[in-house]
Write a protein that binds this ligand. Structure first.
Ligand code: ZN
Ligand code: ZN
Length: 347
């Protein structure tokens, strides 16, 4: 192993990104060193750069959606060996709080986020906790595997856990960018029918059709309500996902719900939720749920789906950039050039 490696470094004070040679990290107790195969560029990485997400470190290596191969195992690690292909968890639970003591690591009160509270994987090597690693099944492509650590697992958990989509549910997805496209694909896998995609971008709507949307409507269509009535045979929507996170979209999600329907907010913003009149909301016993994140076992389920060919994410990799060109990838995502779903960094 060489003594140094190439890594992206984000400097908080100046908001500058630099590519630097840094020492290859050593594994502490319970940790492994992973040679990074791929690591995605996520909206939350951009939020750290723009200052919309607070930073807890003066300088940090970004990137939290990685796949790779274990090259070194630290003291006390059992069940993992050099050569194992893995997806690291994007967070480190404290192991000491009330939630952790009960084994509910996802609910840790002091969860440290990868690439925010400790160095991420836009680097040749990454140190990860053995706890929370997911094994990548044989035959599963490393690039698709990198998508599972957040880009696909967050919408998966929204569909399966927060919304509990059932076979035959009418599902609407507002905003079919990266997250929304996967919401459509996973709702289709869960047996939703019909699936209605709503957006203002015609190219994104066309793509949603290829992932399983039965109907695609523009959110600025004055006839949207009638079209949803027609598409659902008058029963309206059982589960409406808002992947945008603005008052207009969550309002439409709630407005077009069937009785007992659920609106699930997935897109994040600082704006206020507008749920419409109490009368309509309560008469129809509507529900509004907030969604965030996923559990480690969701990544394992998705990895298994990939290995059995139930899920194909090849169409979700819009571009692969070498680590030396990470800023090109960031720029492409910021400008939304070509409607990217996921851009991957390859060290
Ligand atoms: Zn992410
Ligand atoms: Zn904890």
């Amino acid at each position: 192993m060489a003594a140094t490696m190439l890594a992206e470094r984000f400097y908080t004070a100046t908001r500058q990104i630099r590519l630097e040679e840094v020492p290859i990290p050593q594994p502490g107790p319970g940790q492994v060193v992973i040679k990074v195969a791929f690591c995605g560029i996520c909206q939350s990485d951009l939020s750290l750069i723009s200052g919309h997400f607070p930073s807890s470190l003066d300088v940090v290596t970004q990137g939290h959606e990685a796949s790779g191969t274990i090259v070194e195992v630290g003291p006390g690690v059992i069940g993992w060996a050099e050569g194992d292909r893995v997806i690291p968890s994007a967070g480190r639970p404290c192991g000491m709080c009330r939630a952790c003591r009960r084994g509910a690591f996802t609910d840790c009160y002091d969860l440290q986020l990868m690439a925010f509270a400790y160095d991420g994987a836009w680097a040749e090597y990454h140190v990860a906790q053995a706890l929370g690693l997911t094994r990548i099944p044989d035959g599963v492509d490393m690039a698709q595997a990198a998508l599972l650590a957040d880009a696909v697992s967050t919408p998966f958990a929204a569909v399966v856990r927060t919304a509990q989509v059932h076979v035959g549910n009418a599902v609407g997805v507002w905003g079919v960018g990266g997250v929304g496209t996967h919401l459509v694909q996973l709702a289709h896998l869960a047996g939703a029918v019909p699936i209605i995609a709503v957006d203002i971008n015609d190219a994104a709507l066309e793509r949603a059709k290829s992932r399983g949307a039965d109907f695609t409507f523009r959110s600025d269509d004055p006839d949207l309500g009638h079209k949803i009535v027609e598409a659902t045979g008058g029963r309206m929507i059982d589960v409406a996902f808002d992947a945008v996170g603005i008052p207009q979209t969550i309002r439409q999600c709630i407005e077009y719900l069937d009785t007992n329907g659920k609106a699930v907010s997935v897109g994040l913003s600082e704006q206020e939720i507008n749920a419409g009149p109490f009368l309509d909301f309560n008469l129809k016993r509507k529900q509004l749920r907030g969604h965030l994140g996923y559990k480690s076992q969701d990544i394992a389920v998705l990895a298994e789906m990939l290995s059995y060919g139930r899920l194909d994410l090849s169409g979700s990799i819009s571009q692969i950039v070498p680590l030396s060109k990470v800023t090109d990838g960031i720029e492409a995502l910021v400008s939304k050039r070509g409607n990217p779903i996921r851009i991957l960094v390859q060290p």
